[in-house]
Design a protein around this ligand. Structure first.
Ligand SMILES: C[S@@+](CC[C@H](N)C(=O)[O-])C[C@H]1O[C@@H](n2cnc3c(N)ncnc32)[C@H](O)[C@@H]1O
Length: 414
């Protein structure tokens, strides 16, 4: 049946597709419709069930039948190498915490455990999450058929026991793994784990089946679970979906690795030309300026302007310029003083005066931009938000709206 022919009158088919989308975030493709039609044919009595009974039945039975559980051992060997590399570089001697999201029947988790064994790493914890209960039952038992091995048959001998026609993973590879049935579309992950709990998150062959809304919800949840310096790994096919969410960035050294975009990254990205400067000495420097400026207390403005021309001392220039402003109380002179402060990296001091400046003038777009840049340099996020709001109110610039949304989003998440 073609998606475009999906008849409105076929209410059972529609109900089931809606249920799948609501419950699992599944994109309703033709392949899914085919699966659902097969399912309806097999379970012909569904038509007769009252709505609530139907939904309960689907919750118990449908998800396991329709979701694609395809997986096998050592499916992404380059990811395993990247994790070992990351561990050796950044986490040596610490406990490595890994989440496999959409772990299906557990092959990905056991591949990790085997790899760690081969690399002599034993201080780790792996959590596998899936919404498919039946797949998770297989994972917990660790019982597999040859189909899970593909071209990795050498694994069979060393890490599995043969029991009848099954290959059962040895207990030592099970001991640090937990499998959980959690639906992250419906439940807050922070109910189960601490914020930033995991060092590594794997999300392989899951996003391709989901619609945009579900992807966004899940990636936000995973972003909350990933540690600040943690890594997220995915397949090549899914990487563009990760990038589209704008909350993870590609690692510049290894393009199968993603990292969280941190609050400060966003600010740096938006204002690439700026950099952070330590401002600890600011106050001391400010005192110096006022001290020097006392020397010029009684001079006339003309005299002060003359002095500026001849002195080579930057603090003196600042001090005189401050005196000029004090005598004229004129916006132009204050702006000049502020620019000098910025040029000399006295950001906190500049910040204080910019605030005054904005009160005495009708700020132009450039004035507000200067102030925003300064808030970023001084990491004054309390002032940054109201000033962005003010700028949006006056100039309604899309870039500012986006920046404000991102900042607010990040503040909520951190
Ligand atoms: C194709 S398997 C991938 C298994 C493994 N990650 C791999 O790459 O080999 C996809 C798994 O994602 C699970 N899945 C799909 N949507 C999910 C969701 N919203 N939450 C958790 N698991 C989900 C499915 O149940 C299925 O077991």
């Amino acid at each position: 049946m073609k998606l475009s022919n999906l008849s409105k009158s076929n209410t059972l088919l529609e109900t089931i597709c809606d249920f799948l989308n609501y419950e699992c975030g599944l994109k309703v493709t033709e392949a899914i419709i085919d699966e659902v039609l097969k399912y309806i044919k097999k379970n012909y009595f569904l038509d007769q069930l009252p709505y609530n009974d139907l939904i309960n039945y689907l919750k118990k039975n449908l998800i396991n039948s329709v979701l694609i559980n395809e997986t096998y051992f050592f499916r992404n060997p380059e990811q395993l190498d990247a994790i070992i590399d990351y561990y050796n570089k950044f986490l040596k001697n610490k406990k490595l915490k890994i989440l496999s999201f959409g772990c299906s029947s557990g092959e990905e988790c056991y591949s990790l455990a085997i790899k760690f064994f081969l690399e002599n790493i034993d201080n780790y914890e792996i959590v596998g999450i899936d919404i498919d209960n039946e797949a998770l039952e297989i994972a917990k038992k660790g019982e597999y058929t040859e189909n899970s091995f593909r071209n990795n048959v050498m694994l069979l001998k060393n890490f599995f026991k043969r029991i009848n026609d099954k290959y059962v993973i040895k207990d030592i590879y099970k001991k640090n793994i937990t499998f959980l049935n959690i639906n992250l579309l419906k439940e807050n992950a922070l109910k189960y784990f601490d914020k930033h709990h995991f060092d590594v998150i794997l999300i392989n062959n899951v996003l391709i089946y989901l619609d945009e809304k579900a992807i966004s919800i899940i990636l936000k949840q995973l972003n909350n679970l990933l540690s600040k310096q943690g890594i997220l790994l995915t397949t090549k096919e899914e990487s563009f979906l990760i990038e589209k969410a704008h909350i993870f960035k590609k690692d510049p050294y290894n393009d199968i690795i993603y990292k969280k975009i941190l609050f400060e990254d966003i600010l740096q990205k938006e204002f690439r030309e700026l950099y952070y400067i330590k401002a600890e000495n600011d106050e001391q420097d400010a005192n110096k300026i006022y001290e020097i400026s006392n020397k010029y207390k009684n001079e006339t403005i003309e005299k002060l302007r003359e002095y500026i021309k001849i002195t080579q001392n930057k603090n003196e220039v600042l001090a005189i310029s401050y005196r000029i402003f004090e005598k004229t109380l004129n916006a132009e002179d204050l702006k000049n003083f502020i620019n000098l402060l910025i040029n000399e990296n006295y950001y906190h001091e500049a910040h204080k005066w910019l605030k005054t400046y904005l009160m005495i003038i009708n700020p132009t777009e450039k004035d507000l931009n200067d102030y925003i840049k300064l808030c970023i340099k001084t990491k004054n996020y309390d002032d940054l938000i109201p000033i962005l709001k003010k700028k949006i109110e006056l100039y309604n610039n899309k870039k500012d709206i986006l920046l404000l949304k991102t900042i607010l989003g990040h503040i909520n998440e951190q």
